[in-house]
Write a protein that binds this ligand. Structure first.
Ligand code: 5GP
Length: 221
């Protein structure tokens, strides 16, 4: 059940981006656990499922052919090729959520973010998470037992290009302290929810206020 405020506003598309290992997944998980008005956008991907991943929860794992069909039918809000695999955001669940006043969290790369700016800029708020240092980034990637050495190196190489795009984001957080970064993320979402352009009930409310004020003033004249 959406809260009182969410029923009278359009939802926020909250994009969190970072090079892998900067803490994005942990922050996303915390937000989803603690905030009942936001849900994760489940992307489709053609990459292999990792052992820890559940189909339909982390991604919908599909074939290249099915991905192409979805793209051709206009069923993807954005799509991109990352590390040689295809990824895309299904359109329908996002459009429904925004209309219902529910927020949607996106873990997408910069190519997808720029596509959403082109088509849905007023709905989007984007946050870029930076690691405090490259040593820390390497440490966090190495801790992920699932990825082999070659994968880690490839991700570090990709990180170089990703970090360079920090100016494409509305907000930038340096994740040197998880708790503080999380509070900042919560604050961003809270502020974005009351942004004027999302408050569909404001115009009638203001009309009412102005009408009442005019009545008061007229009766006192
Ligand atoms: P991973 O394979 O590690 O889960 O994700 C690799 C990259 O793909 C990450 O940077 C992630 O943000 C990005 N990604 C995941 N889903 C999507 C999507 O639907 N669209 C775009 N543009 N990027 C995605």
């Amino acid at each position: 059940m959406p809260s009182e405020t969410s029923r009278t506003r359009r939802g926020v598309m909250l994009i969190i981006a970072s090079p892998s290992g900067a803490g994005k997944s942990t922050l996303a998980r915390l937000l989803l656990q603690t905030d009942k008005d936001i849900t994760m956008s489940v992307s489709v991907t053609t990459r292999q499922r990792r052992a820890s991943e559940v189909d339909g929860v982390h991604y919908r794992f599909i074939t290249v052919r099915d991905f192409e069909l979805m793209r051709e039918r206009g069923e993807l809000l954005e799509h991109a090729e990352v590390h040689g695999n295809f990824y895309g955001t299904p359109r329908a669940p996002v459009e429904q959520a925004l209309e219902d006043g529910r927020d949607v969290l996106f873990d997408i790369d910069v190519q997808g973010t720029l596509q959403l700016y082109e088509t849905m800029r007023p709905d989007v708020a984007s946050v870029f998470i930076l690691p405090p240092s490259i040593a820390e980034l390497e440490k966090r990637l190495a801790r992920r037992a699932e990825d082999d050495h070659a994968t880690i190196r490839r991700r570090l190489k990709t990180a170089l290009g990703e970090i360079a795009r920090w100016r494409d984001y509305d907000y930038v957080l340096v994740n040197d302290d998880l708790e503080r970064t999380f509070h900042d993320l919560e604050a961003i979402l809270k502020a974005e929810r009351v942004r004027r352009t999302r408050r569909e009930n404001l115009a009638p409310l203001v009309d009412g206020l102005v009408g009442d004020l005019e009545t008061v003033l007229a009766s006192e004249a």
